[in-house]
Design a protein around this ligand. Structure first.
Ligand code: DC
Length: 232
């Protein structure tokens, strides 16, 4: 029986996409590819080099020049993967509030997106991959056989972010986190749309293990024909 070998998971920040993606990839023995890290790595490089974030031209040049790599974790410090930007390990550096604040500006530039999408497609087309992002089902891998769009309310997403940050020892204010998420939703709005053939799931009040079970059932039901060019 043929099973889907590219699974896309899209949805807003804090909806549980990364947790689901990681669990699913581990369960299936697939590559977990969180595409947001590419935009984050680029934002980090832009901050490091003090690039003018209002200059689309400079950001596009940076996207073409920067070598971003995502590899299996090479350190046992809780990381799900290691991210390199021009050979610097930026795995944790791309999770700082400074990058959180900047990344949407970088990700809004059409020329930056074109280059990131191109690089993501190269990895996605190798198959056996769970790809997580915003536009994966619509733009990056529109032919993927199984597409999930994961939603959750703003309040639930804010609670999760606070918990995550507290676990990392950061002091956080829930009102601030909620406002930041709402702001990011507005900035990500241009890509936040479910593909017409995506299965829309809500993770509100649902444990990650239960979301996983649901998606595994969809995976088992999904028996597409092999598609040319997807590594089979
Ligand atoms: O999922 P995340 O919070 O790590 O994403 C970081 C930023 O990148 C966020 O502003 C949305 C953007 N992004 C995007 O535009 N397209 C993707 N495929 C993934 C992320």
């Amino acid at each position: 029986m043929q099973r889907p070998w590219i699974i896309t998971i899209d949805g807003p920040a804090g909806s549980g996409k990364s947790t689901l993606g990681e669990l699913l990839a581990r369960h299936l023995g697939y590559l977990y590819f969180d595409t947001g890290v590419m935009y984050r790595a680029l934002a980090w490089v832009a901050l490091e080099r003090a690039v003018d974030l209002q200059s689309a031209e400079m950001l596009i040049d940076l996207a073409h020049q920067t070598v971003i790599e995502v590899q299996s974790p090479h350190q046992d410090d809780g990381r799900p993967y290691t991210v390199y930007a021009d050979q610097h390990d930026v795995t944790w550096a791309i999770r700082t509030p400074a990058v959180d604040r900047t990344v949407s500006l970088v990700a809004r530039v059409a020329g930056v997106r074109r280059e990131m999408v191109r690089q993501q497609q190269v990895i996605g087309r190798r198959g056996q991959v769970v790809m997580v992002g915003r536009d994966i089902g619509t733009i990056v891998m529109p032919d993927a056989p199984l597409k999930i769009y994961l939603e959750a309310s703003l309040d639930e997403r804010a609670r999760r972010r606070v918990k995550e940050q507290q676990e990392r020892g950061l002091a956080v204010d829930i009102a601030q986190v909620r406002a930041d998420l709402a702001r990011r939703d507005a900035l990500d709005d241009h890509v936040l749309v479910a593909a017409p053939d995506a299965v829309v799931l809500s993770s509100d009040g649902v444990a990650p293990a239960d979301v996983l079970t649901r998606v595994l059932a969809l995976f088992a039901d999904n028996t597409p024909e092999p598609r040319r060019g997807y590594g089979l």
